[in-house]
Design a protein around this ligand. Structure first.
Ligand code: AP5
Ligand code: MG
Ligand code: ZN
Length: 213
């Protein structure tokens, strides 16, 4: 099963993608997580990506596409994957489409987690992320068992550099301009499914599993 998660920054793409990955036994592939890991490790890619991420801008397509295609070519992606944060522009979607079609395959679902902008900024300030394993928590909605420590891997939780209010506002602008057009793109392919992302995350997940079966 090949799934794409769509939605504004903070809509809950990562939260839901992780639950999908666990339930269906497919890898959760997040370009944002890959970039953050590279930033943390001080790689060349990380230093380049950070220039864009810190402003809430998109990392250029050339860089992003290569990373994603390399990742989904790995063995663990043979039986499918859930993409979180990719594609984010029409050119990215076109490259992905072409690559998958060349394998004689197709994307099964594009799931749009719908949350209005008003809810987003409030959510982001409470988010705490694990840069080691990509797990996401929330001070109110999903507190870790031990304050400041990741439940999954035991590493430290942080407020992401791009979760400052000003940066979040810019990420929302970029989303509406560059990523929202993908909703029409996947509607035209008949694979778009929209779920209400404002309800409790368990209920969001139930709506998604009703779609995926
Ligand atoms: P990325 O990491 O993808 O960030 P994003 O799209 O802005 O999305 P987020 O991770 O912020 O939010 P999310 O939807 O995953 O929400 P989450 O589940 O954490 O990208 C970061 C940057 O990398 C980009 O700005 C760009 O620079 C670069 N980049 C990445 N991919 C790229 C690409 N393809 N092309 C170019 N550049 C790229 O949830 C948010 C919070 O809400 C959490 O605290 C969570 O616990 C809580 N929450 C979740 N669901 C609920 C719920 N139902 N109710 C209440 N709280 C909830
Ligand atoms: Mg995320
Ligand atoms: Zn962790």
């Amino acid at each position: 099963m090949k799934i794409i998660m769509l939605g504004a920054p903070g809509a809950g793409k990562g939260t839901q993608a992780q639950m999908i990955a666990d339930k269906y036994g497919i890898p959760h592939v997040s370009t944002g997580d890959i970039f953050r890991e590279n930033v943390k490790n001080g790689t060349e890619l990380g230093m380049e990506a950070k220039k864009y991420m810190d402003r809430g801008a998109l990392v250029p397509d050339e860089l992003t596409v290569k990373i994603l295609l390399d990742r989904v070519a790995q063995d663990d992606c043979k039986n499918g994957y859930v993409l979180d944060g990719f594609p984010r522009t029409i050119p990215q979607a076109e490259v992905l489409d072409k690559a998958i079609r060349e394998l004689g395959d197709q994307i099964d679902y594009a799931i749009n987690v719908d949350v209005p902008d008003e809810n987003i900024i409030r959510r982001m300030s409470g988010r705490r992320a694990c840069l080691a394993c990509g797990a996401t928590f929330h001070l109110e909605h999903v507190p870790p068992k031990k304050e400041g420590i990741c439940d999954r891997c035991g590493k430290e939780l942080v407020l992401r550099d791009d979760d400052k209010e000003e940066t979040v506002k810019n990420r929302l602008l970029v989303y509406h301009e560059q990523t929202q057009p993908l909703i029409d793109f996947y509607t035209a392919q008949n694979i778009l499914k929209t779920v209400d992302g404002t309800v409790d995350m368990k209920d969001v997940f139930t709506a998604i599993t009703n779609i995926l079966g």
